[in-house]
Design a protein around this ligand. Structure first.
Ligand code: HEC
Ligand SMILES: [Cu+2]
Length: 377
C-alpha cells in the first residue's frame, strides 16, 4: 500500500508542477498567488493520494470472496485514537492554509506607498482608463499604460451593468458594479503587452470587451503621459446621476460640477462637434465600432446593422420615417438615443445599449449624427 502511494505521488506531483496553470507572471501580486497555489497543490496531492490508496486497497483487500455471501463483517465499533487523529490533523491543516491564504490576500490588497491611481470606467462594451494628475490635468485613454515597478491602485466603476476587470498576467480581478467603486491593487513587475478583459457576461458585445495593457519603463510612461492631451471629466460621457462617487472622473465632487455643467464642459478639444469628433466618439469611447460596420470609421463590427449598406435604407422606409423622424439626421439621432423605437428587419431589441442619451453628451450625440449622416451611402 505504501509503495502504491509513493508511486502515485511520484507521478502526480511532477505532473502538477509541470502544468502551466497560469499565464506568464506579470505582477508582484501574481507571484504571491502562484506561490500560494503551488503550496496548495503540494499539500492536497498527498492527501488525495492517501485517500485514494486506502480506498483502492480496501476495495481489493476486503472484497467478498466465494462463501462470504451470507456473512457480515466483524463488528468493529469506534476507534477514539483514529477519530481524534482524523479530526485534529485536517483542522490544523485547514487553519494553517486559511491563515496563509489570508496573509497573501491581505498583503496583495494592502495600500502601498507612492501608489498611482488609475480610474477604470466600464460600460457596454468598453474600458476607459483615466489618470488624474497633479495640476488638474486628467488624461483619458482607451488603452492602459503602466510604469513597471510602480504600485497602482485601480478605482473601478461601471456606468451600466455589472462588468469586471481582469488582466490574467496580474492574477487578480474584481467586478465593476454600478453604484459603487471597487479597488484593485497591482504592482507590475514585467515589461510587456497584456490583454485586459471583462469576465462578467454583460451583453451581446461581452466577448469584444477587451483593452490592451502596456507595461513600460517609467521614463516611457512619463513621456506617454505628458504627450497625452488633457481631457476634462467625464471620460465616457456624463454618467447617470446615481454614479456620483468621490474621486472618480465624471462624479459631481463639487456642488458646481453637477450633471448639467459636466455636460457642457465635456466636449473639450478633440471631442468637439463635427465629422472628426463624431468619428472619434464612434471608434473610441462609445465603442460603436465593436458592433457596427462603417467604412468611414474603419469599423467592422457585425452585431448591429452594417451602417454602410443599411442606414440610409432603414431611415427611408415609411415606418422608420414615422417613428424615427423624417430627415436622415432625425432618424440617426433617434436610432442612437431610443434604439428600440424602430427595429430594422433582421435585428432585435435589447442589444444596442439604450443608455447613450445618458452616457454621451448632447454634443457627442450631435457629432455622431453629423458624422454618420455624412458617412453613410
Ligand atoms: C452592442 C452592440 C451595439 C453597440 C455598442 C452599438 N449599436 Fe447601434 N445597433 C445595434 C443593433 C443590434 C441595432 C439594430 C437594432 C436596434 O435598432 O436597436 C443597432 C442599430 C443602430 C442604428 C440604426 C441602424 C439602421 O440601419 O436602422 C444606428 C444609427 C446605430 N445603431 C448607431 C450606433 C451608434 C452611433 C453607436 C455608438 C454610440 C452604436 N450604434 C452602438 C448594436 C449596437
Ligand atoms: Cu463587460
Amino acid at each position: 500500500m505504501v509503495l502504491i502511494g509513493v508511486i502515485g505521488l511520484a507521478i502526480l506531483i511532477p505532473i502538477a508542477l509541470v502544468i502551466p496553470w497560469f499565464p506568464s507572471n506579470g505582477s508582484k501580486q501574481a507571484g504571491n498567488v502562484r506561490t500560494l497555489y503551488t503550496v496548495l497543490l503540494l499539500t492536497t496531492i498527498p492527501i488525495f493520494v492517501l485517500v485514494e490508496t486506502v480506498v483502492v486497497f480496501s476495495v481489493w483487500k476486503f472484497r467478498m470472496r466465494p462463501g462470504d455471501e451470507e456473512k457480515d463483517g466483524p463488528p468493529i465499533h469506534g476507534n477514539t485514537r483514529l477519530e481524534v487523529l482524523w479530526t485534529v490533523l485536517p483542522a490544523i491543516l485547514i487553519l494553517s492554509l486559511c491563515t496563509y491564504a489570508y496573509t497573501v490576500l491581505h498583503s496583495n490588497e494592502a495600500s502601498k506607498t507612492s501608489e498611482m491611481t488609475v480610474n477604470v470606467s466600464e460600460r457596454q462594451f468598453a474600458f476607459e482608463f483615466s489618470y488624474p494628475q497633479a495640476g488638474g490635468k486628467t488624461v483619458v485613454s482607451p488603452v492602459l499604460y503602466l510604469p513597471k515597478g510602480r504600485p497602482v491602485v485601480f478605482k473601478i466603476r461601471s456606468l451600466d451593468v455589472v462588468h469586471s476587470f481582469f488582466v490574467p498576467e496580474f492574477s487578480e480581478k474584481i467586478d465593476a458594479v454600478p453604484g459603487i467603486t471597487t479597488t484593485l491593487r497591482v504592482t507590475p513587475t514585467r515589461l510587456g503587452t497584456y490583454p485586459a478583459e471583462c469576465t462578467e457576461l454583460c451583453g451581446a458585445g461581452h466577448s469584444l470587451m477587451r483593452a490592451t495593457v502596456y507595461v513600460v519603463p517609467s521614463a516611457t510612461f512619463r513621456s506617454w503621459l505628458s504627450s497625452q492631451p488633457a481631457n476634462s471629466a467625464p471620460p465616457i460621457g456624463t454618467p447617470p446621476s446615481s454614479a456620483n462617487q468621490a474621486g472618480v472622473p465624471g462624479a459631481a465632487t463639487t456642488p458646481t460640477a453637477g450633471a448639467s455643467s459636466a455636460k457642457s464642459a465635456a466636449p473639450a478639444g478633440a471631442s468637439a462637434a463635427g465629422v472628426a469628433g463624431g468619428k472619434t466618439v464612434f471608434t473610441g469611447s462609445a465603442a460603436c465600432s465593436s458592433c457596427h460596420t462603417l467604412g468611414a470609421a474603419g469599423a467592422t463590427g457585425t452585431i448591429g446593422p452594417d451602417l454602410d449598406t443599411r442606414l440610409r435604407k432603414d431611415c427611408a422606409t415609411a415606418a422608420s420615417k414615422r417613428i424615427r423622424g423624417a430627415t436622415l439626421q432625425q432618424c440617426i439621432s433617434t436610432a442612437i438615443t431610443s434604439p428600440y423605437k424602430y427595429i430594422p428587419s433582421g435585428f432585435q431589441a435589447g442589444i444596442m445599449p439604450s443608455t447613450f442619451s445618458h452616457t454621451l453628451t448632447s454634443t457627442q450625440i450631435q457629432s455622431l449624427v453629423t458624422f454618420l449622416s455624412s458617412a453613410t451611402k
